[in-house]
Design a protein around this ligand. Sequence first.
Ligand code: NAP
Length: 461
Amino acid sequence: MNTNSSNIMALAPNTSNKRETVCIFGTGDFGRALGHKMIQSGYPVVYGSRSTQISNLIPKDAEVLSHAEAAQKAAIIIIAIQRQHYNFLTPLAEILRGKVVVDISNNLKLNQYPESNAEYLAQLLPGAKVVKAFNTVSAWALQSGALDASRQVFVCGDDVEAKQMVMNIVRALGLTPLDQGSLLAAQGIENYPLQLFPMWKFPIFLSLGLTAFFFFYCLALDVIYTYVYEKNNFSFFIAITIPNRICPVMALILLALVYLPGVLAAIIQLYRGTKYRRFPDWLDKWMLCRKQLGLIALAFASLHAVFTLVSPMRAFVRWRTGKGIISQALNNKTEPLDTTNAWLSDSYLALGILGFFFFVLVGITSLPSVSNSVNWREFRFVQSKLGYLTLILCTAHTLVYGGKWFLSPSAYRWYLPNIYMLSLVVPCTVLVVKFVLVFPCVDKPLTQIRQGWERNPKYSE
Ligand code: NAP
């Protein structure tokens, strides 16, 4: 019965101009911003406050009364007050009985209290229908209208009808309600605004760590080594040369790390002979942040493209080119065109351009606005097939770039390989294992496992 009536309400929101009065407890930043927005949307607003004196900051069409008086004037009461002051509500429990009480509060820390603020409010007011909403919208965004990033309002509550009433208000304010279920969801909703890029932490720390490692590695081999053994001061390499070595290396390694967990998952499933056992936690977490790893990889690849394009403008490059021309002129000898070298350099550039093109394509498809407009198969095609093509092209770009130096002793300063050689370890491993996995004798059982077949079924008929 409840569900039906609430569905009807959701399908047919109040279209009459007369809206129900809403009561807001608290005339602080959020209470005032929400009140302004509600009055603009046609809701009469009455404030419940400790002081009934009207201040200039309070919307002028709103009434300010004591808490008890204000609560009696409305069926919905929004509590725009910090949780630590909620105990003032206990004497109002009778007045609030049967009313919809909206908890909008946030905490300062994740899981600050054993129960969510909304559940705590429901304990204080056992007769009220508590709904959690609005905590993900900031007072500033409400007031300035800058709601693009926070148009979604998570709503949860045990009373379906009360939740629908709040969701109708949310819609009337031009926001999008997202029903998160019962009040049990409140803790998650309260933690949501406190999270700081949860999916980005691992990719960012990994990128920073690897970048720092490669920076010192290049500094040692390209600047310190040349200074010690060749008496050349190449410290200016820090500005462009070293970053332009690190960026492609990072892009390639991070791109390979996007595809490595999928390959590991396939090996684990083949080994276990089932898909019904959970992957280790670290692998689950790694899989969840593949998009972020890919986007950081794309950022490094874009930087590499920009650094490469500015190369001809560099004083060092112009000096080196001029030196080559002058030495040919002094020796009165034009060096013949080395077609093998020309082939290698053109191929490596072409592979890089194509790799970057597909990299951008895969990156764009991972954006929600684009991924929402393709179906699941199309999304998988771009992310998996075109993603692997990107990895192949970028790995080939690096292999062709450095291929001729792999066996040259001069490439190993202090017996250490150049960083582009290090960058090839992970992508080559991923590509070789993937190559093995697509062999029919491996691919067939893997596909069967992924379709639900088990080598040793636990529950045999
Ligand atoms: P605020 O500016 O500090 O205002 C809180 C209001 O609570 C005060 O203006 C006061 O209103 C009332 N109050 C303070 N102490 C009280 C007490 N001992 N007993 C009864 N009432 C008391 O805080 P706010 O920024 O508006 O935030 C209010 C709630 O909204 C918080 O739970 C916060 O987590 C949540 N929230 C805020 C934002 C935001 O952007 N600010 C965003 C989302 C959620 P009166 O003087 O009228 O009594």
